[in-house]
Design a protein around this ligand. Structure first.
Ligand SMILES: *Cc1c(COP(=O)(O)O)cnc(C)c1O
Length: 396
């Protein structure tokens, strides 16, 4: 029995050590798995928590992996501020609670991601906000939907799954003339295809889960904007607890390094695949903003930096039976998400748009034969061969 040695050993397990002397700055961003920071003094803690002194105190209010990712995203979107949230929906939730309040009205694109429609529709209605659904490509209708209570207009750069492109500059003018802000979900485009803030948008959301993450291994979102729209964002993020995990932020920052390579290759592939699909007898229609016959090709050319993105939608003439046969015959994984380095396919009417009535789907140009392709970075011949196998299976 040596009680003294035992007590010392117990203390050694938990005692606070001096920070390691690294001798140099780590070149890669380390992962900071700590929820709290040792503060030099009570006064310093108060300043850190109030954001009046650079640094960190408590990870819900801020942590290095989140800050590092935010710095990069802000530069990418040419924004003064960025806030990384635990998912794309959390970033949209942060936009909602920081921008609008009971009594306010929101104009929503009817082509928004389903969960976004539910968030700014039913959820916002429970909190006393109202909304109007409009086709974002009909500028006259967007203008007509604005009321004196409108505080926010919400659109997507490229809509799911039909890849209609919103004219961000024109929508920003309509919103600003009414004293409202324009929020753009840029997930289907990404920051290397389009930078909505430079076109007049006030806030931009990215689901980092998609192409920015790029490897289907994380869930994160980001809200970016300039000082005039940022007044309530930082406080709202901490109060509502929309705080991301350090490891996910680390993964996303790491992924950013290869985003240009992935985006460029996938976009080049997507253009070739769209052109090929257009010539196939089993394909009734192809939606890709890079094709000259796409209804928004000119808008996309004006707004996009270089590429038209990795997403394609196409309709099989054989309808749902042809879809089931093609999905079964193609060596392409069926995944109801997007943005992966590898090609994936999904069927909107059984996944993202399963809640729509036949009429609603038809109005959005989604048919039982519509497939959505996330074009990956494989050699384009491999992708074409995989699709050929799907199209020529069965009756085709
Ligand atoms: C996936 C997605 C979201 C939501 O992002 P999560 O990270 O899944 O929460 C929002 N908008 C669009 C356009 C998306 O594709």
């Amino acid at each position: 029995m040596n009680e003294q040695a035992y007590a010392a050993a117990r203390v050694a397990c938990v005692e606070t050590l001096e920070p390691l002397e690294l001798g140099a700055v780590p070149h890669a961003t380390p992962i900071y798995l700590t929820s709290v920071y040792r503060c030099p003094s009570p006064a310093a803690a108060a300043e850190l928590l109030a954001g009046e002194r650079p640094g960190f105190a408590y990870s819900r209010d801020g942590q290095p992996n989140k800050s590092q990712l935010e710095r990069r995203l802000a530069r990418l979107h040419r924004a003064e501020h960025a806030a990384v949230a635990p998912s794309g929906m959390a970033a949209l939730g942060l936009a909602l609670v920081s921008q609008i309040a009971a009594g306010d009205h929101v104009v929503l694109s009817e082509r928004l991601y389903g969960r976004t429609l539910q968030l700014f529709g039913a959820e916002a209605a429970r909190l006393g906000m109202t909304s109007t659904l409009v086709d974002p490509c009909d500028l006259t209708a967007m203008q007509a939907a604005v009321t004196e209570r409108t505080k926010l207009m919400v659109v997507e750069t490229v809509a799911n799954p039909t890849l209609r492109v919103a004219d961000i500059s024109a929508l920003a003018e309509i919103a600003h003339a009414a004293g409202a802000r324009l929020l753009v979900d840029n997930t289907f485009a990404g920051p290397l295809v389009c930078q909505p803030l430079t076109l007049g948008a006030d806030l931009v959301v990215e689901s980092l889960t998609k192409m920015i993450g790029g490897h289907s291994d994380l869930l994160l979102g980001a809200l970016c904007g300039n000082a005039d729209a940022w007044e309530r964002v930082a406080n709202a993020q901490s109060r509502w607890g929309f705080s991301p995990a350090a490891f996910d932020c680390y993964l996303a920052e790491r992924s950013l390094a290869t985003l240009p390579l992935r985006c460029e290759r996938a976009s080049d592939n997507a253009l070739a695949v769209a052109q090929w699909l257009r010539d196939q007898p089993q394909v009734a229609a192809v939606q890709y903003p890079g094709l000259s016959n796409h209804p928004d090709h000119e808008v996309a050319k004006r707004m996009f930096l270089r590429d038209f993105g990795a997403m394609i939608a196409f309709d099989l003439a054989g309808g749902r039976p042809a879809v089931d046969q093609a999905v079964d015959a193609m060596p392409i994984p069926f995944c109801p998400s997007l943005g992966e380095v590898g090609t994936t396919v999904t069927h909107p009417l059984t996944t993202s748009h399963r809640g729509l009535s036949a009429d609603e789907a038809a109005r959005l140009d989604i048919s039982p034969g519509t497939l959505r392709l996330n074009v990956g970075t494989e050699p384009v011949e491999w992708i074409l061969d995989a699709l050929r196998r799907g199209l020529t299976s069965g009756a085709g």
